[in-house]
Design a protein around this ligand. Structure first.
Ligand SMILES: [Cu+2]
Length: 260
């Protein structure tokens, strides 16, 4: 196997897996310092270990190392993408998550592709690599880097637009789900207690960058998923205090008080 092809595979594998290790570790440390470690941080830990071992193995025993990099990279994409990919890409205004998704998945994909190519080369060391295939390998890395740069650029513009749209949304709504409502301790519904006369409708608007619901604690009403920017109304006909919460973030709670 040509040393040029091999060094390219080595760099792509170490950079792809190493980037995830750095990003995910920094996230865990930041969350740990801020006092609450969400469940998806724990999902990252086995992959941090697996990717780290793959990098060491790639250095020490390339054939086994690239095979391990290939398998752990595929497992990483398969397990992590359902949690984050759709959510991250659908809301660029949630920039941390968007940046994570648009950089980590292409980098992992690069590590998988180059590990596969290096592994196949090492299994068949006598076969020489044509200059066309070397060229193709460089092209793949350029395409992946181009995708990341393009994605981050487009995402930054989209984030600006989404922020503008969310902040200019109608003030006709009675209750706002503000930006950052998912974070425990932040305002979930504003105002948290809203008073209305019986027979009137109450309107909620989701100005956050993620999906929320307005769901009665006693099963009387349910908005279903409210996407960023979406509004929802409910008519209150009988007086009383109506507690509601968000099914996706159970700590988000509010009240509607209906007077006769
Ligand atoms: Cu919610």
């Amino acid at each position: 196997m040509s040393s040029r092809a091999r060094s390219l595979s080595f760099v792509a594998t170490v950079a792809g897996l190493g980037y995830f290790i750095l990003f995910a570790s920094a996230q865990i440390i930041a969350d740990w310092i801020s006092g609450s470690v969400p469940f998806y941080d724990y999902i990252h830990i086995p992959f941090i270990i697996l990717f780290g071992l793959s990098i060491v193995a790639t250095w020490a025993r390339p054939k086994a190392g690239y095979f391990m990099g290939l398998i752990s990279g595929v497992a990483g994409i398969a397990v992590l993408s359902p949690f984050t990919f759709v959510k991250g890409v659908s809301s660029p205004a949630n920039f941390g998550l968007f940046f994570y998704v648009i950089t980590i998945f292409p980098m992992m994909l690069a590590a998988v592709l180059y590990s596969l190519m290096a592994y196949l080369d090492l299994r068949n060391p006598n076969r020489s690599i044509s200059s066309n295939r070397l060229y193709l390998r460089r092209l793949i890395i350029i395409l992946i880097l181009g995708f990341i740069i393009g994605g981050v650029t487009v995402g930054s513009f989209a984030a600006g637009t989404e922020n503008q749209l969310l902040s200019s949304l109608s003030s006709r709504a009675d209750i706002t789900i503000p930006r950052g409502a998912t974070v425990q301790g932040n305002t979930a519904y504003s105002p948290g207690n809203f008073t209305v006369k019986a027979g009137q409708a109450v309107t909620w608007v989701n100005k956050d960058t993620t999906v929320h619901t307005v769901t009665s604690s006693s099963g009387l009403f349910d908005s279903g998923n409210l996407n960023p920017g979406q509004t929802w109304s409910h008519d209150f006909t009988q007086s009383g205090v109506y507690k509601y919460y968000c099914t996706l973030h159970a700590w988000m709670k509010g009240n509607v008080t209906v007077t006769p």
